[in-house]
Design a protein around this ligand. Structure first.
Ligand SMILES: *Cc1c(COP(=O)(O)O)cnc(C)c1O
Ligand code: SF4
Length: 453
């Protein structure tokens, strides 16, 4: 095991890394250019135990946390590069960065306003309630991560100030809200990464939930990438044992504790540290469910997925979701067409035992709901995509197969058109119930806030 004291590498100090110094200057400069637009954060575990430096620059874990030239289009890249080359001052650099960021479809104000519930006429900050059974909670100290994924659609919150962030301190209000909504069974604590928080901060929220008289609440979920990016959180961090004790407290209280773990590549499951961390978590009675987006240049190969799911099941985890990436930031670099995504999912799924087939995908999380692409088919000579909602703004939409015109180039839900010459999808017929139509709204309004982790 490497030095188990957490050390972050960012735009300010990444050049000092011995592994980075071996990279040609031109590439280092490219990383710096892109790092001025997208946030850069890696750490000593990722650098020393996950990245295979012999494979750099193509190494998937390298691509996962270090910015690549191709993540910006030519025009944006050259613009930022010119600003840096001519030795501009801080303000000039920042203006240039922000201008490019604004052109990359950053998460818009609308996202923060969407699905935010009210309590006694007041908006509940840091809370989101979209699907009836599950409410999302964004504790303010958990809105950052141990490393940043270069594909993350949350990048704007890492580079801009607090006013763009979800953040909630209002546990009391959250509890009252759960009380008033007996349909809620699950709370998903999410971020960023809520396990970036100290155990004592997390415990404040979790104990408040346990102590409250919310009988409807049966499950606490924690969405996290910490097993992939910093398993020492469960091993050698000074409050690691307290964290595990807190998990035990939850399960002893008769609540289900689900760790929603974000893994992108089988390599993240192979270190001694992660294996030990997983086994320590499972000993507390918590369960680990896994999810990941499908990403070009990182995991766009069925073998990678079947290996990842098999390994997860071997370690006692339950494969849960495979997501598609959305249209913000470097989507042109990471995006996969729906046709390719179906192929990768099906090939991977066919190669694993039933125990791994708990995984559902490929999924697009969008305004109307979580849409799963079941596959392609042909109906009376028309080639179609077959889709269904796994979650819908209206629960009646769930599990009702529907059809879209086959389109080889389609990459996201809004590229799709109804099949059979229809003008609308079935759920658009009562979309008026939903205040706005996602097709008419500004581009940004379609995006979702649910983190992969
Ligand atoms: C995915 C998601 C959930 C959880 O859905 P499950 O299908 O229960 O895992 C809850 N809220 C939002 C907004 C989501 O995107
Ligand atoms: S995908 Fe999750 S872990 Fe990765 S940077 Fe985004 S919020 Fe953090």
């Amino acid at each position: 095991m490497s030095n188990t004291k957490y050390k972050a590498y960012t735009l300010q100090n990444f050049r000092k890394l011995p592994q980075i110094q071996q990279i040609p200057e031109e590439q280092k400069f490219s990383m710096e250019v892109v790092g001025h637009v997208f946030p850069l954060k890696s750490n000593n575990y990722v650098v020393e135990e996950l990245i295979n430096w012999d494979n750099v620059p193509g190494d998937p874990i390298f691509v996962l946390t270090f910015p690549q030239k191709e993540m910006l289009n030519f025009y944006h890249f050259e613009k930022m590069a010119a600003v840096l080359r001519k030795g501009s001052n801080k303000q000039e650099i920042q203006n240039a960065s922000n201008k490019i960021r604004m052109e990359l479809n950053p998460h818009p104000a609308g996202q923060i306003e969407q699905n935010v519930p009210s309590l006694n006429g007041q908006k509940l900050k840091g809370v989101q309630h979209k699907y009836s059974e599950t409410v999302l909670f964004f504790p303010c100290q958990g809105q950052t991560c141990h490393a940043y994924c270069s594909f993350c659609f949350r990048w704007p919150q890492f580079v801009w100030s607090n006013d763009l962030k979800f953040a909630g301190k209002e546990t009391e209000q959250l509890i009252e809200y759960v009380h008033n909504h007996p349909e809620i069974t699950d709370i998903l604590i999410t971020g960023g990464d809520p396990l970036f928080m100290s155990t004592s901060n997390l415990a404040t929220y979790v104990r408040a939930l346990l102590n409250a008289d919310t009988h409807n609440l049966s499950t606490i979920r924690i969405g996290t990438k910490v097993l992939g990016y910093w398993p020492y959180r469960f091993l050698t961090d000074s409050d690691a044992d307290d964290l595990l004790a807190l998990f035990k407290e939850v399960t002893r209280a008769g609540k289900h504790l689900a760790i929603m773990a974000h893994f992108n590549h089988p390599r993240e499951l192979k270190t001694k540290a992660v294996k030990k961390a997983i086994s320590r978590i499972l000993e507390t009675g918590a369960q680990i469910r896994t999810q990941s987006p499908l990403l070009a240049n990182i995991n766009d190969d069925p073998k990678i997925w079947s290996e990842m799911w098999n390994e997860q099941v071997n370690l006692g985890c339950i494969p849960y979701y495979m997501f598609l990436v959305r249209d913000t930031g470097a989507q042109h670099y990471f995006g996969i067409s729906l046709v390719e995504a179906i192929d990768i999912y099906q090939k991977a799924y066919r190669n694993v035992s039933g125990l791994s087939r708990t995984v559902r995908g490929p999924i697009m999380s969008c305004t109307p709901g979580k849409v799963q692409i079941l596959g392609t088919s042909e109906v009376y000579g028309e080639k179609v995509f077959v889709l269904q909602f796994l979650q819908g703004r209206n629960p009646d939409w769930v599990r009702r197969p529907f059809f879209a015109k086959y389109d080889e180039k389609a990459m996201w839900f809004d590229d799709l058109k109804p099949a059979f010459g229809e003008s609308k999808f079935f759920f658009e017929k009562n979309i008026d119930d939903i205040k706005f139509s996602y097709r008419d709204s500004e581009k940004g309004l379609r995006k979702e806030t649910f983190a992969f982790s």
